[in-house]
Design a protein around this ligand. Structure first.
Ligand SMILES: O=C(O)[C@H](O)[C@@H](O)[C@H](O)[C@H](O)CO
Ligand SMILES: [Zn+2]
Length: 295
């Protein structure tokens, strides 16, 4: 069954919804509200919901192999124990840059957590992309980033895709799963200005990218090999932020959005801004990579 008509989920709209993640064991969708400073959890099967207040900006969540989550907060990387709702600090590579905050993040196929930063104000290239390794050490992998977004690795783990939103590009790197190194950066898709800004991204089982468009009211399926636009899911909100596959067979696409920055007038036109949407796009996703702990 293919149903590209997105439905809105009955959840509280976020100021800046981001970072959707499907937890297959508990069949839950998790996402963050960066400006609402909280984590949302939803069991779509039962409708059960939970909100975890974090107390500072939180921008990305990944599962750890022991059942905890690893999060990127404004003050760095943390473990989060969902039972105790306790945070355990890991590292902060930008303690000397109070004008920046973390943004999007994902694990690579070998279990390292990659997350990047952006300035709180403006779009100067003062952010970086970092890699948190299994031993808790952090390495700067890219610098001069404006708004770090959209990470994905292809199914054979030979390529990493990355979006620095204001470049209006999707870039590909050669990726080495053994060492975690990246190289040979090149643009694979250039986004025309009328499409909005490329934001969060995920990849499907066929190696095609699903990119959310901030200011573009859609998620699009793009072929990173040819640059071709294959499919588009239109949404009734302009600021579409990110997406992930979920559901029992990873056949559903969950999509986050934002209301922050919209005027009263714009909010009247798009009352669902900040909501989470779901559609059945007709292709399956890949399970989220998990953060591996040191043996
Ligand atoms: O969603 C994100 O990744 C950022 O947190 C947002 O702030 C937007 O991408 C950015 O503002 C676009 O201009
Ligand atoms: Zn984003």
């Amino acid at each position: 069954m293919v149903n590209q008509q997105p439905e809105v989920l009955a959840v509280e709209p976020a100021l800046l919804g981001e970072g959707p993640l499907w937890l297959p064991e508990s069949k839950q969708l998790v996402w963050v509200d960066i400006e609402g400073k909280c984590i949302h959890m939803l069991s779509p099967g039962t409708g059960a919901q939970r909100v975890i207040m974090v107390g500072e900006r939180i921008s990305a969540i990944v599962p750890a192999e022991d059942g905890r989550l690893v999060c990127a907060l404004q003050s760095g990387f943390y473990f989060l124990d969902l039972q105790k709702e306790g945070l355990e600090w890991i590292a902060d590579p930008e303690s000397d840059q109070p004008g920046n905050r973390f943004n999007d993040g994902k694990c690579d196929p070998a279990g390292r957590f990659w997350a990047g930063t952006m300035p709180l104000e403006g779009n100067e290239p003062v952010g970086s992309l970092y890699r948190l390794d299994q031993d808790g050490s952090v390495r700067r992998m890219l610098s001069e980033v404006r708004c770090s977004n959209g990470l994905a690795w292809n199914p054979d783990a030979a390529a990493m895709y990355f979006i620095d939103t204001y470049t209006r590009r999707i870039d590909r790197f050669d990726y080495d799963a053994r060492t975690g190194s990246i190289g040979n950066r090149r643009a694979v898709v250039h986004i025309p200005p009328e499409q909005g800004l490329p934001d969060g991204m995920t990849i499907d089982a066929e190696g095609m990218l699903w990119v959310a468009f901030w200011g573009g009211s859609c998620v699009a399926r793009l072929n990173p090999g040819s640059g071709e636009w294959l499919q588009r899911v239109e949404l009734p909100v302009s600021q579409v932020t990110s997406c992930c596959f979920g559901g029992d067979g990873l056949e559903e696409l969950y999509i986050t959005s934002a209301r922050t920055g919209l005027s009263e007038e714009q909010l009247q036109k798009e009352p669902l801004a900040g909501s989470v949407f779901r559609c059945i796009p007709g292709v399956r996703g890949l399970p989220a990579n998990v953060y591996k702990l040191q043996a």
